[in-house]
Design a protein around this ligand. Sequence first.
Ligand code: FBP
Length: 560
Amino acid sequence: MTKLSPLQKERLKYQPKLPQSLENGVNSLEMIKGKATQSVGDQHEIKKLFPNTYGKPTVEFKTSSSSKKSEARNVGVILSGGQAPGGHNVIAGLYDALKHSNPDSKLYGFLGGPSGIIDGKYVEFDDEFIDAYRNTGGFDIIGSGRTKLETEEQFQKSLAVCKKLNISAVVIIGGDDSNTNAAMLAEWFVKHDAGIQVIGCPKTIDGDLKNDQIEISFGFDTATKTYAELIGNIQRDANSAKKYWHFIKIMGRSASHVALEAALQTQPNITLISEEVQAKKMSLSSIIDYIVNIIVKRADQGKNFGIAIIPEGLIEFIPEMGSMISNLNDIMATLESDPDFLNAETIRQKFEIVENRLDEKNAKVYSSLPALIKGQLLADRDPHGNVQVSKIETEKLIIEMVANKLDDMKLQGDFIGKFSPQSHFFGYEGRCAFPSNFDADYCYSLGYNAYALISNGLTGYLSSVKNLTAPASEWKAGGVPLTMMMNMEKRHGEMKPVIKKALVELDGPVFKQLADNREDWAMNDRYLFPGAIQYFGPSSVCDITTVTLQLEHQKQPAAV
Ligand code: FBP
């Protein structure tokens, strides 16, 4: 038997909380339908692409006084995309709901992400299997993957696998791209009269799968608390030794929600927010000027140390970089089959080929970058066509440019301090942490609720659990049609239906909290030290949600 750490043993025993409406099980629920819905944008195109699943109402569940009998069902589940703490609890919640409804029901897990349903690679869960993963981090129960489900052939193969296993519903646990896949599969199954429902669950540490119906994606709570702990520890180190400037890149592929939340929990000296950079059309050199200005002012006060937070996706939001990367994305496909590029003997030759293919303005931007960054920008795109920003060391690019500028200023006598930088990237450290109590409860509820949606005959819906700053018993369970969150966007050079990403709102209360305080935090060290996630102890410490959720719900967070 595998040896377990003391915390592992204790967490296995934790019983996640459910919204009161779900506590009596899925057989005792009444479904209340809301109004018909519309997509967030491009209604005409989305309706045309999803004629069978478009326009359905939102739904909410209430406990019913009567209890119905549930027939035995076989359900399949897929974990898709990047890991996020709590994924195992979504599966545990789904399993428990299914078995409580009818013990003869079966849950199959498709292995390695969406490719598992295409290739027919699966496991069947039983109590012992599920019990070993309750309240644990990671997606290792069945693995994950980023295969994009979109072709006729993939759909046909998925149908054949489901038929073989007598599966009548599939749950896809994923982010915006994976739930776009879920919407397409749901539509395809209805169109082909397959009798298979598809339900999504909102996952991603990035926190960008949210809207009026989905308050937050799971994993954001735990990941941001993990990063905040690490940032707090570094702040204490910096404040003790008083000799380093720490540049910390924080994961979150596009939106800056993760960096913003981690900053609100820790109050560092500098926090860059990609959405602000884009809105103010800040160039790379103006970002460097902003940072250098703070470093010089702090040095004047004898403080040659500090903390700067950089969101992972920053580079794509700097206008001149974004334009260059988009041009680069367009030429990447041709470069991948270009013999001159493929057979180039040195990386410098590759850079030259790229510069010759880019538009003149973009070529200039590309050639101005250090070789390290130029090379990283040529790394493979992910299956959805995204640049893998986690592989681009923006923190090192910024350090190099800041150091160069300070050297120049030193020569002019405008900087007399010391600049000794350290770079960090906090990303993978947070994605598989033991889920916080919030994520453990939220994920279990999302999974349990996914089966309530299935049992009520819905398809093309995302599991929704709301009112998240209240105690779990007051959470509201229901469902939201996936098409409601969609619009058309350019992918691989073509307009495609996709779930709209939620970016940081610059006129919202969360960004305002940073904007109102950052001048003070830059000069006067107001560091907060959140410490490690606590699983046992007072509820005021163990069950609190993020500052983001509290501010969005107009509550005054304890941490700020
Ligand atoms: P999802 O959108 O699939 O949840 O992934 C989020 C993420 O963690 C990003 O923050 C990060 O840029 C990316 O995954 C890294 O991907 P990979 O795990 O493939 O390196």
